[in-house]
Structures are given as C-alpha cells and as structure tokens.
Design a protein around this ligand. Structure first.
Ligand code: HEC
Ligand code: HEC
Ligand code: HEC
Ligand code: HEC
Ligand code: HEC
Ligand code: HEC
Ligand code: HEC
Ligand code: HEC
Ligand code: HEC
Ligand code: HEC
Length: 296
C-alpha cells in the first residue's frame, strides 16, 4: 500500500477540500480497521457484487492475497470513520474522484512483477486507461481472462477493430478461437502497436510459420511487412487483403512492361478476377528453381 500512499500524498497540495483530502488524511493517519472484512461485510453483505469477491482469486486466503493482509482495505484504503457517505473510501472506475494512475497504483502495489514492466510506457497507461477498465475483481471469474469474452471487453473501446472483425474476411475472433491478445500485449510491449513480437511479421509467423521462408525467390513486400497487403483485423476482401487483386498488385506494379513479357497478352491479365494469381500463385515466395516470377 505504500505506493498508494505516496501517490495520494503526492497530489495533496494541488487539491482543495472534498473527498480526496479526507481520503488522504485517512492514509496519513493510517486508520485501518482491526476487524478486517467482517467490519465491512456487516453493512455491505446485501450487495451480491461485493460478496462475489470471495468467489474470485482476491477473496481466497493465500500468502499474497489481500485477504491475508489488510483485506478489503488493501484496495479500498483505511476505513477510518467510514460508515457510508460520511467518509469516502478508495473507489475505482470512471466515477472515482481518483485519477487512473492513482487507482492503478493500488493494483501495481501487488502486481509489480516483470510481466507488467511495460505497463508504464504503454499507450493504455498514457491514455489513462485503468486496470479496472479491463479487469473486474468482484466476480468469480474476470471476463477479460476468459477466452470467449476477452474480445467483447476490448471492443467496448475499440470500435473500429470490432467493425473489422465482422467483415467478410477476418481472424476467428468472433468464436473465441483467437483473442486480441493472440497478437497484442494488453499491458503494453516494447513493440509497435503493443504487438507480442518484435514486429508485424514475427507476430504473424507465430501461427503462419510457413510464410517465414527462407525462399529461393523472395517477394520483397512480404519480407518487409505482411501489412503491405493484409489487414490483420479484417477486410471486405478475401484473405484479409487490403484491396482486391489485381488492384493490390498494381499499387506497386505498373501495367506497362508486363504486357510484353506475359505469354497470353494484355487483356486476360487486366480483366481476370484472380488474374495475376492464376500465374503468380506463389505470391509469398517460391523455392522452385525457375520460380523467379512466383509461378511455381
Ligand atoms: C483486489 C482489490 C479489491 C478488494 C480486495 C476489494 N475490492 Fe471492492 N472494489 C474493487 C474494485 C476494483 C471495485 C470497482 C468495481 C469492480 O471492479 O468490480 C470495487 C467496488 C466495491 C464497491 C462498490 C461497488 C458496488 O457494486 O457496490 C464496494 C461497496 C466494495 N468494493 C466493497 C468491498 C468490500 C466490502 C471488500 C472486502 C470484502 C472489498 N470491496 C474488497 C477492488 C477491491
Ligand atoms: C456502517 C455501515 C458501513 C460499514 C461498516 C462500511 N460501509 Fe462502506 N458504505 C456504506 C454505505 C451506506 C455506503 C454508501 C452506499 C452507496 O452510496 O450506495 C458505503 C460506500 C462504500 C464504498 C463506495 C461505493 C461507491 O459506489 O462509491 C466502498 C468502496 C465501501 N463502502 C467500502 C467499504 C469497506 C472496504 C468497508 C470496510 C473497511 C466498509 N465499506 C464499511 C456503509 C458501510
Ligand atoms: C494485496 C495484494 C493485491 C492487490 C492490492 C491486488 N491484487 Fe490482484 N491478485 C493478487 C493475488 C495474490 C492474486 C492471485 C494470483 C497471483 O498469485 O498472482 C491476484 C490475481 C489477480 C489477477 C488474475 C486473476 C485470475 O483469475 O487469475 C488479476 C487480473 C488481478 N489480480 C488484478 C488486480 C487488479 C485490477 C487490482 C486492483 C484493483 C488488484 N489485482 C489488486 C493480489 C493483489
Ligand atoms: C487493455 C486491457 C487491460 C488492462 C488495461 C489491464 N489488463 Fe491485465 N490483463 C488483460 C488481459 C487480456 C489479460 C490476459 C492476458 C493473457 O492471457 O495473455 C490480463 C492479465 C492480467 C493478470 C494475470 C496474468 C498476469 O499477466 O500476471 C494480472 C495479474 C493483470 N492482468 C493485472 C493488471 C494490472 C495490475 C493492470 C493495471 C496496471 C492491468 N492488468 C491492466 C487486460 C488488461
Ligand atoms: C492477427 C493479429 C491481430 C489480432 C488478432 C488483433 N490485432 Fe490489432 N493489430 C495487429 C497488427 C499487425 C497491427 C499493426 C498494424 C500496422 O502496423 O499496420 C494492429 C494494430 C492495432 C491497433 C493500433 C492501430 C490501429 O489499427 O487501430 C489497435 C488499437 C489494435 N490493433 C487493437 C486490436 C483489438 C482491440 C483486437 C481485438 C478485437 C486486435 N487488435 C486484434 C494485429 C492483430
Ligand atoms: C477503457 C477503454 C479501453 C479498453 C477496454 C481497451 N482499450 Fe486498448 N486502447 C484504449 C485507448 C484510449 C488507446 C489509445 C488510443 C487508441 O489507439 O485508440 C488504446 C490503444 C490500444 C492499442 C494500441 C497500442 C499502441 O501502442 O499503439 C492496442 C493494441 C490496444 N489498445 C489493444 C487493446 C486490447 C487487446 C484490449 C482488450 C484486452 C483493449 N485494448 C481494451 C482504450 C481501451
Ligand atoms: C494466434 C495465431 C495467429 C496469428 C498470430 C496470426 N494468425 Fe492469421 N490466421 C490464424 C487462424 C487460426 C486463421 C484461420 C485459418 C483457417 O481458417 O484455416 C488465420 C487466417 C489468416 C488469413 C486467411 C484469412 C482468410 O479469410 O482466408 C490470413 C491472410 C492471415 N491469417 C494473415 C495473418 C497475418 C498477416 C498475421 C500477422 C499480422 C496473422 N495472420 C497472425 C491464426 C493466426
Ligand atoms: C504482396 C502482397 C502480400 C503480402 C506482402 C503478404 N501476402 Fe499473404 N496473401 C496475399 C494474397 C494475394 C493472398 C491470397 C492468395 C490466394 O487467394 O491464393 C494471400 C493469402 C495469405 C494467407 C491465406 C492463404 C495461405 O496462403 O495460407 C495467409 C495465411 C497469408 N497470406 C499470410 C501472410 C503473411 C504471414 C504475410 C507476411 C509474412 C503475408 N501473407 C504477406 C498477398 C500478400
Ligand atoms: C507493396 C508493393 C507490392 C505489392 C502490393 C506487390 N508487389 Fe510484387 N514486387 C514488389 C517489389 C518491390 C518486387 C521486387 C521488384 C524487383 O526486385 O525489381 C516485386 C516483385 C514481384 C515479382 C517478380 C519480379 C521479378 O523480379 O521477376 C512478381 C511476379 C510480382 N512482384 C508479382 C506481384 C503480384 C502478382 C502482386 C499482387 C498479388 C504483387 N506483386 C504485389 C512490390 C509489390
Ligand atoms: C497468364 C499468366 C500471367 C498473368 C495472368 C500475369 N502474369 Fe505476370 N508474368 C507472367 C510470366 C510468365 C512472367 C515472367 C516473364 C519472364 O520470365 O520474363 C511474368 C512476370 C511478371 C512480373 C515481373 C516483371 C515483368 O514485368 O517482367 C511482374 C511484376 C508481374 N508479372 C506482375 C503481374 C501482375 C501484377 C499481374 C496481374 C495484373 C500479372 N503479372 C498477371 C505471367 C502472368
């Protein structure tokens, strides 16, 4: 709890009166109750939400659990004279008078291991997303940790990722076969877009290893970045493509020049739906000795 104390006291000078000041005074005086959870349950046992904490990990008795220490007050701060609205407790969520950073300091006081190292520099932390923006603790099982439910939690804020996911072609996120954290670290990472691996390609290779190569004949944009052609979140085009073939290819390959070399002439090349791929089928690279143009 020392971290909370420091943070709360840290802002005390700038804030006048009201709940926050009362709270800080309580921390200063260290007015934890002697009765622990029993002294809270007395009044709060009617709330199913409150009592549900005993069905979850934070309600269990093990050496590091809140219930083995300050109990409810490990998260809600010292009781002091709290008996309702007369004196505030530490609260969480958007209604709380405490900043996200202060709320989070309660959680990181215990959750400060290496898996959360990147949190402080993550965009989530920077944009004031709080731990409880994703996590629920007064529940038997935190939904964001359930594979079928994680995506719904992320989608509350990430509307466009949700929209992409419902397009014609997408990763199997809707069915809980994959989750957002299959590719991203929700607590942040040192990588662009908080990806799990060092870059886009390495992230994709985790599951699409066959695209890694090495290939005798490499297609430069594939080696550079899968996102040159694919939108990992979803697309109205087949195979998560950013645009349809042949438009996709023509973004980089001018029409002229090819007409001279392709055996069947200009028209079929220009008009066929999958035209380019009919001949250049090994678009991610080829290991055939004469596969320079990715035909085999
Ligand atoms: C691990 C931290 C933690 C512990 C321990 C904890 N709480 Fe909470 N409490 C929270 C968070 C976070 C919220 C915000 C809502 C949520 O996430 O479920 C909350 C919300 C509440 C609320 C207001 C929400 C409501 O629906 O009424 C009350 C009251 C409350 N807790 C009481 C308690 C009591 C009593 C205990 C001990 C039996 C306790 N809490 C233990 C973190 C904790
Ligand atoms: C004498 C009765 C009583 C006791 C004892 C009591 N509370 Fe409360 N508590 C209340 C009442 C009444 C409210 C206001 C409820 C409301 O606003 O819905 C409240 C509000 C809260 C809230 C804020 C809920 C919100 O939405 O803002 C939290 C958190 C909380 N109590 C936690 C605790 C904890 C932790 C303890 C034990 C350390 C405790 N309470 C002991 C009666 C009590
Ligand atoms: C007093 C220490 C303490 C505090 C404070 C605390 N936790 Fe925990 N938390 C634990 C322990 C112990 C576990 C059990 C797993 C473990 O050993 O890491 C746990 C587990 C978790 C888990 C994994 C749950 C699961 O089902 O596996 C999440 C998520 C979590 N805490 C989030 C939070 C959030 C969010 C807060 C702040 C609102 C918070 N914790 C505050 C001690 C704490
Ligand atoms: C953007 C949503 C999000 C936020 C914000 C978030 N978490 Fe998590 N957290 C998750 C998800 C998703 C998982 C499951 C990760 C997985 O399966 O790889 C998780 C897992 C955990 C776990 C259990 C596994 C582990 O990594 O130890 C703990 C503990 C935890 N989070 C604590 C926190 C704390 C503390 C904060 C705030 C500093 C926080 N989380 C903020 C989404 C979030
Ligand atoms: C198959 C891997 C994968 C999955 C699953 C995935 N993403 Fe992404 N996401 C990426 C990649 C790759 C980028 C970076 C794109 C780029 O650099 O062009 C990205 C970028 C982002 C960004 C930042 C830039 C932007 O495009 O908005 C956000 C936010 C994001 N993803 C959220 C989510 C959410 C929320 C989910 C779950 C609904 C999710 N992602 C699922 C791979 C994935
Ligand atoms: C409470 C709202 C909220 C929730 C819930 C939430 N996010 Fe975010 N997320 C944000 C905000 C705000 C940003 C920063 C602005 C932006 O890119 O939209 C962000 C940014 C991101 C980024 C880009 C990070 C970067 O460094 O570029 C990724 C990836 C991401 N979120 C993934 C997730 C995942 C995965 C989940 C669910 C486990 C999730 N978010 C849940 C609000 C949220
Ligand atoms: C966690 C594993 C995983 C990761 C990481 C992953 N994918 Fe996938 N990908 C899948 C699964 C599962 C499918 C569906 C396969 C199927 O239905 O046969 C798929 C399908 C695809 C498809 C075909 C979609 C369609 O509609 O035909 C493309 C293209 C694709 N992924 C590209 C990518 C790219 C690009 C990345 C990196 C940004 C990536 N994947 C990262 C698991 C993953
Ligand atoms: C130059 C554009 C381009 C780039 C870059 C690219 N792809 Fe593709 N990808 C395609 C096209 C076109 C298809 C459709 C192939 C078809 O319909 O036969 C495809 C299909 C796929 C498929 C589904 C069919 C299959 O072959 O398994 C996966 C998975 C895939 N790409 C993964 C990747 C990964 C991973 C990367 C990065 C290493 C990547 N792609 C980079 C153009 C590209
Ligand atoms: C993001 C840009 C980009 C896109 C999109 C792209 N390519 Fe390429 N492609 C390249 C680059 C760069 C090279 C290497 C050119 C060189 O070495 O002169 C290349 C090489 C090739 C070659 C071999 C050229 C040779 O050296 O003989 C073929 C064939 C080819 N691309 C076909 C396609 C097809 C078909 C598509 C659409 C499915 C496509 N490309 C999409 C950038 C792209
Ligand atoms: C009927 C088969 C066929 C179709 C359809 C076709 N190509 Fe080709 N293409 C070839 C062959 C064969 C070569 C190799 C010629 C050589 O080795 O000199 C080639 C060469 C290329 C090259 C290498 C550079 C060059 O101009 O010589 C590029 C780039 C290319 N094609 C792109 C495309 C794109 C983009 C499309 C779709 C708009 C397409 N091709 C459709 C057969 C085809």
């Amino acid at each position: 709890m020392s971290v909370v104390l420091v943070l709360l006291l840290g802002v005390s000078s700038g804030v006048s009166a009201d709940p926050l000041e009362t709270l800080m005074n309580k921390f200063e005086e260290g007015k934890y109750s002697k009765k622990g959870a029993d002294g809270c349950i007395m009044c709060h046992k009617k709330s199913e939400t409150v009592m549900a904490i005993f069905d979850g990990v934070h309600g269990q008795l093990n050496s590091k659990s809140p219930m083995s220490g300050l109990q409810c007050e490990a998260c809600h701060g010292p009781k002091g004279k709290h008996r309702g609205k007369n004196e505030p407790m530490v609260t969480f969520g958007e209604q709380s008078p405490l900043t996200s950073e202060m709320q989070n300091s309660v959680c990181t006081a215990c959750h400060n291991d290496t898996t959360h190292m990147a949190w402080n520099t993550s965009l989530h932390a920077e944009q004031d997303v709080s731990c409880v923006g994703c996590h629920d603790v007064h529940v038997a099982k935190d939904p964001v940790l359930v594979k079928d439910l994680e995506v719904a939690v992320c989608s509350e804020c990430h509307i466009s990722a949700k929209a992409d996911m419902n397009k014609r072609s997408s990763h199997p996120l809707k069915w809980g076969e994959m989750t957002c954290s299959s590719c991203h670290n929700p607590h942040g990472s040192m990588n662009e877009s908080a990806l799990n691996e060092i870059d886009v390609n390495q992230t994709c290779f985790e599951c699409h290893a066959e695209k890694r190569g090495p290939f005798l004949w490499e297609h430069a944009p594939v080696m550079e970045n899968c996102a040159n052609c694919h939108n990992a979140h979803g697309s109205v085009n087949d195979a998560l493509l950013n645009s349809r073939v042949p438009m996709l290819c023509k973004q980089c390959h001018a029409d002229d020049g090819h007409a001279g070399t392709a055996p069947s002439g200009n028209s079929s090349i220009q008009t066929g739906g999958q035209g380019c791929l009919n001949c250049h089928g090994k678009i991610h690279g080829s290991n055939h000795p004469s596969g320079k143009a990715f035909q085999f």
